[in-house]
Design a protein around this ligand. Structure first.
Ligand SMILES: CC(C)(COP(=O)(O)OP(=O)(O)OC[C@H]1O[C@@H](n2cnc3c(N)ncnc32)[C@H](O)[C@@H]1OP(=O)(O)O)[C@@H](O)C(=O)NCCC(=O)NCCS
Length: 242
């Protein structure tokens, strides 16, 4: 990952002091729109959730990250591409690559929602390194602990991630995929401005042979004539980019 892909150079892993928590009760980031002034859909305001706070995860948070992730994957098998058994066999340290661009993976950051010292929600943002797709970021691994769902934590994570991505001037698009039948997650993403650009049938084949479709969604961070879904290339058969 090139240096210019660092979204927040100060937020490096080693001995990083705990960043001051960002209160989820802060106003929704209406002021953090694109540099060119184009209006982004900002969705509904995040609810007031003190003392929950958002901050980037560090190495010290990886055991808590793994515990939350293992719990959520085992309880919400349909919601995730990763399977619980494989992930449970991983060491917490193996998720270090999800912390920041310098950690050897694709991640720009993983955001955590905290209730006191309890990690109750996470969301990871990944970046592309190849020059032709460097303007596209991806959101993965969104989860909010079952005991704390429905309180605005998922929305706050999503808003904060988008606000951070808007600070990266090279980024234009954010994508994610979501199990098509996952109505709460689809509703959340839609309400924050994501639009569906396709459905991948049989995207997931579960161990019992049952298939699940994935809805593919995108958010345009900056206005562009090409920013909205455009399937014209596909219609003339010229698009199969690998
Ligand atoms: C999807 C998930 C992240 C949402 O997090 P959350 O903190 O519960 O969501 P919020 O409280 O911020 O709600 C945000 C919006 O999501 C939607 N939503 C949340 N729960 C919902 C439900 N049970 N039914 C329908 N819509 C729901 C609503 O649009 C809601 O906005 P509203 O309250 O203004 O109507 C959480 O339910 C979760 O972790 N689910 C299991 C794992 C998962 O599905 N991850 C997503 C993988 S793509």
């Amino acid at each position: 990952m090139s240096d210019s892909n660092r979204i927040s150079p100060a937020e490096t892993e080693a001995a990083r002091p705990a960043a001051p928590p960002m209160r989820m009760s802060r106003p929704a980031p209406e002021t953090s729109g694109p540099a060119d002034g184009a209006a982004l859909p900002v969705g509904r305001p995040a609810r007031v959730l003190d003392p929950t706070a958002l901050r980037l995860l560090t190495v010290a948070d990886l055991p808590a990250y793994k515990a939350l992730r293992d719990r959520m994957l085992s309880r919400h098998d349909h919601a995730f591409t990763s399977d619980a058994a494989t992930e449970q066999s991983r060491d917490a340290s193996s998720y270090r690559s999800r912390l920041h661009a310098e950690a050897g993976g694709r991640a720009m950051f993983t955001l955590g929602a905290w209730l006191g010292d309890q990690l109750v929600g996470v969301l990871t943002c990944e970046a592309e390194e190849r020059p032709k797709v460097r303007h596209v970021a991806h959101l993965v691994g969104m989860m909010v602990d079952d005991d704390h769902q429905g309180r605005g934590i998922g929305r706050a994570l999503l808003k904060e991630a988008i606000a951070r991505l808007l600070q990266a001037p090279w980024l234009e698009l954010v994508t994610l995929s979501v199990t098509a039948s996952n109505a709460p997650a689809v509703a959340l993403y839609r309400s924050e401005g994501f639009v569906a650009y396709g459905v991948l049938p049989r995207a997931i084949r579960q161990l019992d042979g049952h298939y699940l479709s994935k809805q593919l969604m995108m958010l345009s961070l900056r206005e562009s004539q090409d920013a909205q879904p455009d399937f014209s290339d596909t219609e003339n058969g010229s698009t199969l980019a690998l």
